[in-house]
Ligand binder design. Structure first.
Ligand SMILES: Nc1ncnc2c1ncn2[C@@H]1O[C@H](COP(=O)(O)OP(=O)(O)OP(=O)(O)O)[C@@H](O)[C@H]1O
Length: 308
């Protein structure tokens, strides 16, 4: 059986002619059903571009992006995305936001089945008490929970999380990381989680793959397998030697790639030709009486050789 998702030698550039920039170069990625993969990289490396290739919002210029062995031709409900910025409809309540998605994907279900489904997923993200509220009445963390519920409620086979928690404070982030990891443990929906935070990547995923910047586009680096038991206890893990080792490996890979991708510029600095004026010397108050500036190139140096 082909893998649920496969990128083969996939590259993506933007712009044309001299202005063309290769963002992703020669990516090879295989994701099996039920995998929890995290892709980690610096800001601007091309993480969202990668997710867009998988989501079908972009096509690779060369190479292929396939789901179940077939070319990804466009977006589809089997690939659900949660973006950084919640993207909820502001005039609809929590329930209505989730219902809208459920109604679109399951038009043949009865009214009750659709209502139950929306309620089930709102409950899964612990928002039942807020189900009648509008997005503006919710905190950032609650809004992102609604996004997750809405995406999961349409039963995607792959959940694509594009830095879903980056707008949240550290404590809310931690709570939501644990909650999403718990949901994954129950559902086993294939997850690709994009992040720029090494702790987040190692705490939630089983496979962490760095997206490394390069002079000619970003490439995927060596994968780190996170073989840590679930449910993961962050307090315990953060103090564990095994976790610290994994983090060091990951951070070193990322830092090394950043150094390699920064071009070394050698520049010869020449001091200005005009020499500084000696301000200790008295000078005329008239502009026209002032001597012309001294130039380094006009300096006459005398060399004296002495025998000792
Ligand atoms: N549609 C586009 N047209 C032109 N350039 C683009 C387009 N989309 C992305 N880029 C460029 O590609 C590069 C990678 O962008 P991308 O958003 O994929 O990075 P990222 O790693 O997700 O960044 P961040 O973590 O800051 O969201 C950037 O230099 C960006 O300007």
């Amino acid at each position: 059986m082909p893998p649920i998702l496969q990128l083969t030698s996939a590259s993506k550039s933007f712009g044309r002619g001299y202005a063309q920039t290769t963002v992703l170069r020669d990516l090879n990625l295989t994701v099996e059903e039920g995998d929890f993969v995290s892709i980690i990289g610096y800001s601007g490396t091309g993480k969202s571009t990668l997710i867009n290739l998988v989501a079908g919002l972009l096509k690779p210029d060369t190479g292929t992006a396939k789901m179940d062995g077939a070319d990804i031709k466009g977006p589809g409900p089997e690939r659900g995305i949660v973006f950084q910025n919640y993207s909820l409809l502001p005039w609809l309540t929590v329930t209505e936001n989730v219902r809208l998605a459920v109604d679109q994907i399951f038009p043949k279900m009865s009214e009750k089945e659709r209502a139950d489904r929306a309620a089930e997923y709102i409950d899964m993200v612990k928002l039942t008490p807020a189900s009648g509220k509008l997005p503006r009445e919710l905190s950032g963390g609650m809004r992102q929970r609604v996004s997750v519920a809405r995406t999961l409620a349409v039963n995607p086979r792959i959940l694509l999380l594009d830095e879903p928690l980056s707008a949240l404070d550290a404590l809310t982030r931690a709570t939501l990381q644990d909650e999403i990891a718990d949901i994954w443990q129950k559902n086993r929906t294939t997850v690709i989680w994009i992040t720029n935070d090494p702790d987040e990547a190692l705490l939630v995923a089983d496979r962490v793959i760095p997206l490394l910047p390069g002079r000619d586009g970003a490439t995927l680096g060596e994968e780190i397998t996170v073989d840590l038991a679930r449910p993961r206890d962050r307090k315990q893990l953060l103090g564990m030697l095994e976790f610290k080792d994994l983090k060091l490996r990951l951070v070193n890979t990322l830092l090394g790639a950043k150094k390699d991708s920064t071009p070394v510029v050698t520049k010869k600095l020449s001091p200005p030709d005009i020499l500084p004026e000696d301000l200790a010397k008295p000078r005329s108050s008239s502009f026209f009486d002032r001597p012309a500036p001294r130039r380094r190139s006009q300096l006459h140096r005398e060399e004296l050789q002495i025998e000792v």
